[in-house]
Design a protein around this ligand. Sequence first.
Ligand code: SF4
Ligand code: FES
Length: 363
Amino acid sequence: MPAPYGLLAEVTHQCPLHCLYCSNPLELRRRDEEIGTEDWLRVIREAADLGVVQVHFSGGEPLVRGDLAELVAEARGCELYTNLITSGLGFTEERAKSLVAAGLNSVQLSIQGDTAEASELVAATKRFDKKREAARIIVDSGLPLNMNVVLHRLNLDRLDAIIDVCESWGAERLELANTQYYGWGLRNRDVLLPNREQLAAAEEVYQRRKSELAGRMELLWILPDYYEPYPKPCMGGWARTALTVAPDGSAYPCPVAADIDTLDFPSVLTHPLDWIWAKSPAFQAYRGTDWMPDPCRSCSRKEIDFGGCRCQAFALTGDASRTDPVCTFSPDHHLVQDAVDRANETPGAAPEPVYRRPRAAAE
Ligand code: SF4
Ligand code: FES
């Protein structure tokens, strides 16, 4: 069995943003459920022993944790590549100094739109200026600035302007991630799912800007899977290349799997990471291809996409072992097609966005 390449260390679910597309589980872990520094340090050492090469510190907003630099230093001490995935809120000069001193290798900063108003509509937080400031601090600290924007119906038409912002802030790499509909994002699917024309126009912008920016800023386009004929090979296959440890120490083959309540996920508090990876029933459940039902079982693409995404199958059908409904061959494909048809109907009343917390409270 190959070793996992990456560990996603979700050190907290606390977050100052309330993004409509949030893929974190519906049930977020509270602050008092989070595992402590010593447990995280042990998890990092166990991950290195297991063969992990990269640790991505994520959340929520990982800067909420005061011990972040200590965790980064431990990972660097184990010769792991370290990446911080952040909203930028809380990325002060002081935090930057301590993270650079700890050996942090790179930062991925997210934005939600090209203006304060556009960002606020998606994240229900007025902090665009703080993100701009975070980008400046990251660049001044000598860290490579990677940026990420989740794309959807509310911001796809502004793609040119979004790319301009990232370029002007000094990004070396920009990930344009079309929304995946999990967790809270699935609840807002009718608000977020774009129509065909929007997507086609945005893809043209991506192609044009990719050539224009070649050698200065790398652009990546994460496919909008609802519009693809076949599903993505999610996570490179279940428990095949990476694992996630959630704030409370629960371990998952992917960051979204916590919502699959038909599996009993192990915890780093009760089991070592090598057992979790190699032996735990939850990690074994959909590994490889033996678990597959038809049509995947007899499909020539089963070693290419591994039947798609287990979390998407569960979220849409209640059974994580079914073929990903994105697939044209899936008996449940209508569940995706109906949503796509609605997104392409003549617009009526726009559906109301649902924030994780009432907007007033967030502000
Ligand atoms: Fe992939 Fe299964 Fe669809 Fe074949 S039937 S393309 S293996 S999801
Ligand atoms: Fe969990 Fe795809 S998001 S397997």
